[in-house]
Design a protein around this ligand. Sequence first.
Ligand code: ATP
Ligand code: MG
Length: 427
Amino acid sequence: MSTLKAIRGTRDLLPPETALWNRIEATARSVFARYNFGEIRTPVFEDTALFARGVGEETDIVSKEMYTWEDRARAQSEKTQTLTLRPENTAGVVRAYIEHQLGESGQLQKLYYIGPQFRRERPQKGRYRQFSQIGAEVIGPVSAGSESPLRDAEVLEMLATLLDELGISGWTLQLNSVGSSADRERYNQALREALVPLAPQMCVDCQRRAVTNPLRVLDCKVPADQPIIETLPRIADSLDADSVAHFAAVTAALDAAGVPYTRNHRLVRGLDYYTRTTFEFTHGGLGAQNALLGGGRYDGLSEMIGGPRAPGIGFAMGEDRLVLTLLALEDAAAQVKVDAYIAPLGENMNAAALNLARELRHVGLHIELGDGSFRLKKSFEAADKTARCIVILGEDEVKSGILTVKTFATGIQTKVARAELAAFLSE
Ligand code: ATP
Ligand code: MG
C-alpha cells in the first residue's frame, strides 16, 4: 500500500517552527489591538458567486486558482450550491459587513483576521496551495470618514510598526494610486490603444491580456517585455483631480510619520476591486516571491456584492512569507529549552515525580517529565537535549526533602530544599 502524504502545496507545520508562527500572530494581535481593531472569523468556504463578483471573473484567482465544488442537496429543503474554499478574506469580511449591517452603527469597522486561504497555484518556495494570511480591513459609511486619506496612511503606518516589531528589517513599501473606477476605465482604454502595435512583440500572456485585461500587462515578469512595458502610459497621467489630491494627502501623512515608501507606477495589484491607494511591502530576502503583503483601497467593493456604499481599505500579509523572512534573518525558530527535567529514580517514584512536576508547572515553570524506567544515563541525555537543569527524584530525596539539581550550562550540582526548588529554577 502506498503511504499517504500531505497534498501537494499543503504542509505540516511542526515545532519548533510553530513557536515562530505563534509569536508572529501574538505580535500582530497586540499591534492591531493598539490601533483599535477587533478580530473577525469568517467561514473557510463561501458561495462561489461571492468571489466571482467580489474578486473579479478576469483575475487569475477566479479564472484558474479556486477550489470549487458542487455541494449536493441532502434534503428537499436544500438547494445544490456551488461552493469555493476562500482564496482571500476581504470578500468574506465585506459579505459579513453587509449581512450583519455593520454600517448601521455609523462607525468605522476596523476588523482583522488570521487564517488559511486556498489557491490552486504552482507550489514553490513562498507559494503554497494552502497558506495563511493575516489581514485587516477598515470599512464604513462615508459619513464615518471611510474615504479619508488619513485611514490609508494610518493602515500603512500600522504595517510599518508591525513589521518593525516582528523584527523584519529591510522592507520596502511600494505605493501607487489606481484612481477611481472612471480613472481606471480611462487608463485601460489608453493602455489598450498603446498595446495594439506593441503586443505582437510581447509574450503570449501579454498578447492575451492586451485584449482581455490590459492592466495585467504591467504585472508581466518576462525580461524581454520589460523595456516595452516601460514605454507604456502611466496610470498617474489618467487620474482626476480628486484622486491626485487623495494620493497627495496619503503621502503627506506618511512623510509626517516618517514612513518611507517608493512610488511604483506599475503596481496595479491582481484583484479587480482596488481603487485609489494600492501598496505592497516587499523584502529582498524572499527571492522570486518577494511580496510580504499587499493591499489597497476598495471603495466600490461593497456595492459590487450587493451592499450599501461602504468605502474601505485593507491588506493581507502572507504569514508563510513572514516566517520565511524571519528564518532567513535569524535562527528564529531555535528550540527553547524548558526550565527543568524531572528524573524519577525507579518506576516507584513516577507518581511522586508527576506530583513534583505539577507543583512546579502550577507556579509557571516549564517542565519536562522523565520516566522511572530510564537508567540515569539515559535521563541525563534526554534532559540535556530539552532542559536547562535536571532534578533527580529518588526515595532519599522524598524522605529528606532535599533534591539534587544539576545545571547543564555550568555543570554544577546543587542540593536544594524542595520548598526552595521553584525559586531556584526561576533564577
Ligand atoms: P503574489 O504576487 O505573490 O502572487 P498576490 O498579488 O497574489 O501575491 P494577494 O492576493 O494580494 O497576493 O495576497 C497578499 C499576500 O498573501 C501576498 O503578498 C503574499 O505574501 C501572500 N500570498 C498570496 N498567495 C500566496 C500563496 N499561494 N502562498 C503563500 N502566500 C501567498
Ligand atoms: Mg498571486
